[in-house]
Design a protein around this ligand. Structure first.
Ligand code: FAD
Length: 522
């Protein structure tokens, strides 16, 4: 029988909502059934466990689950999913990594949240490095900082990172995992050989480009919709020892972006002469020298930087890194000079640091600790992350940075702006990016008070409305939509494949409900 896919999915969605409703009215029924399971001792109803599973780094959304699973192996997860899948009244399930989402993406209202990090101490997959050093098998629950520490012990390292390393492997692979290495190596999802996934039908599947490839491409960048990633095989390379870390300031946006684009045009994976990292950010006059990315500048340099910001209101900061080790120690400065020759940064505004490789990679953590000590970390984070086609980045600067951001004058926290190369992404994966060969990521990583985050959300809305009116075809990174139309537009030509894969791998719509893609009325 041929059934049109959208109407079939709509029928399933209506049924699943009805079942979720019945599930809500039968909470006690579900709890008593859960208690009969072998994994019952690993289900927590403890108020503090429930409370922490109801929140995330955003501190904006709250959704209370019925229980939290503390698995000690992937089999515990499979057992929970299997129970829900085969139940006459299935319940929703969210894997929760480090809960660094900002819009409730790892929550499950009235369902069960799986605290992936509890597997760190159990007999789940930990971190195992291949005897020839070519890859590491890493549990989906592992933090990237643990992957770094384990691999560095053998002089090895993954190549594609995120700015914060206190994110889980499963969490970043469900989005993309981007940072200053992306222009050269692609996002983290482009640096995975194989994954183990527990699907919404409770099947435990090993997949790769050659084996169950549909699930491999679906899950990478798949926002947790197709399965729970319990292991990823990550390629490794020899680790450098140290880095030359440079920041250069600009007051002219087109000079800034021209130089960024020039630098990322040298991007061969094995090109020893290329940079190893490139990002960029705005320095704004509302105190951004004191945010979690800007303690780079030495105290003696700060007065002249601050007076530059006061004069121009926006200063653009290009940030780059070149790795080196014992062998390249004597040539790294020359190589760097060669790369920076002819750039248009402001004379006298180039600042340089020399750091250990791991100190550079873990740079956000020391700032996190400082903000935590001041009580400024666990506050609302009304973030907006966008991908912007290169052809429109100058319009974006004029309409957003120089107009909306300056006029509203509320932005506190880092604002990142840096380009990447489309060819380093794999279009078969679920992640969505703009069509152009070069596109920029812009991250407004704002912190607010508990009583004024709506003002920041209003600014975010204004930015999105401006882009729509100006014909700037942005794609959200870490996307957040509350309507089906929003998601359909977001996925564009990928939407029908995304729906088909959902039907195949999670037909009862159990997984990652907090993304609100297939259950956006809840
Ligand atoms: P969670 O927030 O716990 O989960 C995210 C989503 O993935 C949820 O839908 C969840 O259900 C699902 N999920 C979690 N684990 C699994 C799994 N094992 N299998 C399948 N689905 C799963 N992102 C970048 O790309 N680059 C950065 O530089 C960067 N820096 C950041 C810095 C900070 C301080 C913060 C707070 C976030 C940053 N992020 C960055 C965003 C971050 O990558 C995402 O928020 C990511 O989802 C967080 O990982 P997590 O482990 O906390 O996942």
């Amino acid at each position: 029988m041929a059934v049109a896919l959208p109407s079939f999915l709509t029928a399933i969605m209506i049924m699943s909502r009805l079942m979720a409703f019945i599930g809500i009215t039968r909470n006690n029924d579900m709890s008593s059934k859960l208690q009969s399971l072998v994994i019952a001792p690993k289900l927590s109803y403890d108020p503090s466990a429930i409370e922490s599973a109801s929140q995330d780094f955003g501190h904006i959304v709250k959704a209370v689950p019925q229980a939290v699973l503390l698995p000690s192996s992937p089999w515990d997860i499979a057992s929970l999913v299997n129970f829900s899948y085969s139940n006459s009244v299935p319940f929703i399930i969210a894997a929760r990594g480090n809960s660094h989402s900002v819009n409730g993406q790892a929550m499950a209202k009235n369902g069960v949240v799986i605290d992936m990090t509890s597997m760190k101490n159990g007999n789940g997959t930990g971190i195992r490095i291949a005897s020839d050093g070519s890859y590491a098998d890493v549990g989906g629950q592992q933090f990237w900082i643990d992957v770094l520490n384990a691999t560095l012990g053998l002089g090895l390292t993954p190549v594609s990172w995120t700015d914060s390393l206190y994110l889980t492997v499963g969490g970043t692979l469900s989005n993309a995992g981007i940072s200053g290495q992306t222009f050269q190596y692609g996002p983290q999802i482009s640096n995975v050989y194989e994954i183990d996934v527990i699907t919404g039908t409770a099947d435990f599947v090993t997949c790769s480009p050659n084996n169950n490839s549909d699930l491999f491409y679906a899950a990478l960048g798949g926002l947790g919709q197709f399965g729970i990633i319990t292991r990823a095989r990550i390629p490794l390379e020899p680790a450098p020892k140290r880095v030359k870390w440079v920041r250069m300031l600009y007051t002219d946006f087109s000079d800034f972006t021209r130089d960024q684009e020039l630098l990322i045009s040298k991007n061969g994976r094995n090109d020893n002469k290329a940079l190893n990292y490139l990002e960029g950010s705005l320095l704004l006059d509302q105190g951004s020298l004191d945010n979690w990315r800007s303690s780079f500048f030495q105290p003696q340099d700060q007065p002249k930087i601050i007076s530059l910001i006061t004069k121009f209101r926006i200063v653009y900061c290009l940030e780059i890194v070149k790795h080196y080790d014992g062998q390249t120690k004597t040539t790294v400065d020359k190589d760097l000079q060669q790369l920076l020759k002819g750039l248009s940064y402001l004379p006298g505004f180039m600042f340089e640091k020399d750091a250990k490789y791991e100190e550079f990679l873990n740079r956000v953590h020391s700032e996190e600790l400082k903000l935590k000590a001041k009580g400024l970390w666990d506050v609302p984070h009304p973030w907006l992350n966008l991908f912007i086609p290169k052809s429109k980045i100058s319009d974006f600067n004029d309409g957003v940075f120089k107009s909306i951001v300056l006029q509203r004058n509320i932005t506190t926290g880092p604002v990142l702006v840096y380009p990447m190369n489309r060819k380093k992404w794999d279009d078969r994966m679920s992640a969505v990016i703009p069509d152009e060969e070069i596109f920029y990521t812009v991250g407004l990583l704002q912190s607010s008070g508990f009583d004024d985050w709506r003002t920041f959300e209003d600014q975010n809305k204004e930015i999105l409305q401006f882009c729509e009116k100006a014909g700037i075809k942005v794609k959200q990174y870490l996307p957040h939509y509350t309507t089906k139309e929003g998601w359909v537009n977001h996925f564009g030509s990928k939407w029908s494949t995304f729906q088909k894969r959902k039907l195949q791998f999670d037909p009862k719509l159990l997984l990652s409900p907090g993304q609100r893609i297939f259950n956006n009325n809840e």
